[in-house]
Write a protein that binds this ligand. Structure first.
Ligand SMILES: C[S@@+](CC[C@H](N)C(=O)[O-])C[C@H]1O[C@@H](n2cnc3c(N)ncnc32)[C@H](O)[C@@H]1O
Length: 339
């Protein structure tokens, strides 16, 4: 961990074994800029990282326990079944860096594993959402051997902060969030992760696998409508933070699988011709009936693609674990000593 934080960050000590580092970058300005950019494109979009305000993070946690949302269950199934095997790769002391940690439910399996061999575990959760604070406090109550440095920031800048950790680190990126990147950004991001690793470090990545269209589409179109609420909350967030006048009842949640691109695409469809005004950015947006705003891509992968990705980003694949139905994969990457 960098010993001197630059003035973009403020550090708050929460307790003797927990502190929070918060980026002071004006998030509202980024949000305003990204919304203004995305809504003035021919193919309108809002970046998916803006889903996660307080309500969005809570809705995501509810999505994780929906029967149709197999991703969380399958990833936990794998994690619980590989504890012994994974611990063989974690023989020395490891710090845990987690990207997009959210409620850190899955990370608890890693802590249980590491606790067998090490007295203290340094944990660096990195998340754009202030959920980091609550989840760190909860973890502290459950594990008395954690030393937590919560980082409320974007993945990339958060990674820069933890690049120079002295001990070995395992970087965990669960939840198939890698699937939200488009192809080139995914390769660039994995290369960035790889460049911040030294021999001995490990990278554990959750990747959702290509499967039957019906199963994929059901996962993002649950019968309770929680994913719909999660998607529409983005418009509510623009209303409350940027002075938008979106009427969410005039939008429909759409999630469909694009088999050519191997991704579930999530959109908000305008049910009528309408004009939206967003006062903070002085922007009027004209939408025709059926116009769509893209809010998320969730790419799915094949094993051969995973191998190609590793090759292109300079990683070795140490191990690929899958659940019994081959729905989901946890991939353990390492780097060569000579690299
Ligand atoms: C799909 S959820 C996964 C949460 C958890 N890791 C899991 O597997 O259940 C994605 C998490 O990443 C965070 N996130 C999304 N985009 C981010 C970004 N660009 N930088 C940092 N965190 C981000 C969100 O706030 C959210 O907590």
């Amino acid at each position: 961990m960098k010993s001197h934080l630059n003035s973009n960050y403020v550090k708050t000590v929460v307790s003797s074994n927990c502190c929070l580092i918060k980026s002071q970058n004006k998030k509202e300005q980024d949000f305003a800029k990204d919304v203004a950019y995305g809504l003035t494109r021919k193919n309108k979009f809002i970046p998916s990282k803006y889903f996660y305000d307080k309500t969005g993070s809570e809705l995501f946690d509810q999505i994780c326990s929906l029967p149709e949302y197999y991703l969380t269950r399958k990833e936990i199934e794998i994690l619980s079944s590989i504890k012994q095997e994974l611990s063989k790769y974690l023989v020395e002391n490891y710090a845990v860096v987690e990207l997009g940690s959210g409620s850190a439910i899955k990370t608890r399996h890693l802590f249980e594993m590491l606790s067998k061999n090490q007295e203290k575990i340094e944990y660096y959760p990195i998340d754009i959402s202030s959920i980091v604070k609550e989840s760190s406090q909860r973890l502290q109550n459950e594990f008395d051997n954690l030393q937590i440095t919560g980082i409320v920031d974007q993945y990339e800048s958060g990674l820069d902060l933890v690049k120079d950790i002295d001990e070995n680190k395992i970087i965990a990126f669960f939840g198939s969030s890698i699937g939200n990147f488009d192809q080139q950004s995914m390769l660039d991001f994995l290369s960035k992760i790889r460049n911040g690793m030294k021999p001995g470090d490990l990278f554990l990545l959750g990747m959702d696998l290509v499967k039957n269209k019906e199963i994929l589409e059901a996962a993002y179109n649950d019968s309770k409508g929680t994913t719909q609420d999660f998607n529409l909350n983005l418009l509510q967030r623009i209303n409350s933070e940027l002075g938008g006048d979106f009427d969410v009842s005039k939008f429909e949640h759409i999630a469909s699988y694009n088999s050519k691109e191997k991704r579930v695409e999530m959109h908000l469809r305008s049910k009528i011709k309408q004009q939206i005004f967003i006062s903070e950015i002085g922007l009027s947006v004209n939408l025709e009936e059926d116009d769509r705003i893209r809010t998320e891509y969730s790419h799915k992968y094949t094993l051969s693609q995973i191998k190609k990705i590793a090759k292109r980003t300079g990683f070795n694949i140490t191990k690929i674990w899958r659940d019994k139905q081959n729905y989901f994969a946890l991939v353990l990457f390492s780097i060569s000593k000579t690299a």
